[in-house]
Write a protein that binds this ligand. Structure first.
Ligand SMILES: Cc1ncc(COP(=O)(O)O)c(C=O)c1O
Length: 397
């Protein structure tokens, strides 16, 4: 008998993920289908990647069109899809007005590596070699490479990997007083997720954001906002940090940015861009033209005001439904998040609830240790949310 896909995976793929026993063969819109034809409502979006769901015709068309031109030319020559995506992202964020620039890479962790290197390079170019420290926050997640992992505020992810990069300090989330004490003459940047996503959907308080912006002014440090999970429309605006009034000098992007293909980006303000020269940083594949064309197709759709308005409406609908379920089930707790990055606390084992939802044909995720996380495609309709809530209710029962 042929082994299941999960058994084949276990035999051949490094055991780095706790994978579920499903064999998806096709995706369409907000749904995935397994080999037996079972349908799943995908409220995970490949972890915040598939903003337009699966196989959106605009994305498929853009990919096909670019594939017929060229797949890769390297960063030794300008490529039009990169320029168009940069222009659109700059125009949709404050970086356009600030005459900022884009750096393209392949993933979220690489975007954060770039951000870390570029703030240090900026101060180096100003003769301030002491300014190398980066303040980040407990429970944050910035990626798996050494720089981004050093920035990450979760000890369990660092255990066993030896010494982390020097110059990183983690402060309690939303603790303005602790942050004030941590920022000093050697601080190069404060780096934060506008919403701590993987770490449990933790929202920033208004006071906390005000403190970050004030510290930036007072100390001259820079601010890096990691938009990788929360940005790109998911919160109802292209930039989540701008939605919350965080005055960032660098924003980092990935996940949905490539329309389902690997793509990362850092938007940097003019003063940082001015201190860079060829050779300071780089990547072979970064800003791949096919990924940029796919990302641009997504951005053209999600940046429309009507599209963004639907995100807010579906968010309110999903929040209201979760609230009703929390009233019924005492093991459910606080509901947190913005737009279509939502979570609800639970006292029952999260993995069991995620599995129970999957059985009902609903894909959701975990965040932190005790939060169910919902990251549906941004194209969801009123009917999709209603269906998801029904499936969730059945799973909870
Ligand atoms: C906020 C945030 N930053 C960085 C990353 C790392 O991105 P990647 O997995 O593309 O390296 C993630 C991934 O989950 C993330 O959620």
């Amino acid at each position: 008998m042929k082994k299941s896909l999960l058994a084949q995976d276990a035999a051949l793929i490094a055991p780095l993920y706790a994978k579920a026993d499903v064999d998806f063969v096709k995706g369409k819109g907000v749904r995935l289908f397994d080999s037996k034809g079972k349908e799943y409502l995908d409220f995970a979006s490949g972890i915040s990647v598939n903003a337009l769901g699966h196989c959106h015709p605009a994305v498929t068309k853009a990919i096909k069109k670019q594939c017929e031109k060229f797949l890769h030319i390297s960063n030794l020559y300008p490529n039009a899809p990169q320029i168009e995506l940069a222009q659109k992202m700059l125009s949709l964020t404050k970086f356009g007005k600030e005459k900022g620039k884009a750096f393209f890479c392949n993933s979220g962790t690489e975007a954060n590596e770039a951000a870390i290197k570029l703030v240090r390079k900026y101060f180096f170019s100003k003769g301030k070699n002491n300014k190398v420290e980066i303040i980040t926050f407990a429970n944050s997640f910035h990626g798996r490479t050494y720089g981004a992992l050093s920035a990450t505020g979760q000890e369990k992810l660092k255990t066993g990997f030896g010494e982390m990069l020097r110059g990183f300090k983690q402060v309690e989330w939303n603790n303005a007083e602790e942050l004030k004490k941590a920022v000093g003459k050697n601080t190069a940047a404060i780096m934060l997720e506008p919403i701590v996503a993987e770490g449990g959907i933790l929202m920033p308080s208004k006071k906390f954001i005000k403190t970050i912006n004030e510290l930036k002014k007072q100390s001259g440090c820079l601010v890096i906002a990691d938009e990788i999970q929360a940005g790109f429309g998911r919160c109802g605006k292209i930039s989540c940090s701008e939605l919350f009034g965080i005055n960032a000098d660098i924003t980092t992007w990935a996940k949905a940015l490539g329309g389902g293909l690997p793509l990362g980006m850092a938007l940097i303000n003019a003063k940082i861009a001015e201190c860079l020269k060829p050779g300071d940083h780089g990547t072979t594949f970064g800003g791949n033209p096919v990924a940029c064309a796919a990302g641009l197709a997504v951005l053209e759709i999600i940046s429309k005001p009507k599209f963004l308005a639907n995100i807010k409406e579906r968010s309110a609908q999903l929040k209201a439904g979760l609230k009703a379920l929390a009233k019924k089930h005492k093991f459910l707790g606080e509901i947190r998040g913005e737009g279509l990055l939502l979570g609800i606390e639970t006292q029952k084992p999260v993995a069991d609830l995620v599995a129970a939802c999957r059985k009902q044909g609903l894909l959701i995720l975990r965040a932190g240790t005790n939060v169910l996380r919902f990251l549906p495609p941004l194209i969801i309709t009123k009917g999709d949310v209603k269906e998801a809530l029904e499936k969730l209710a059945a799973a909870l029962r």
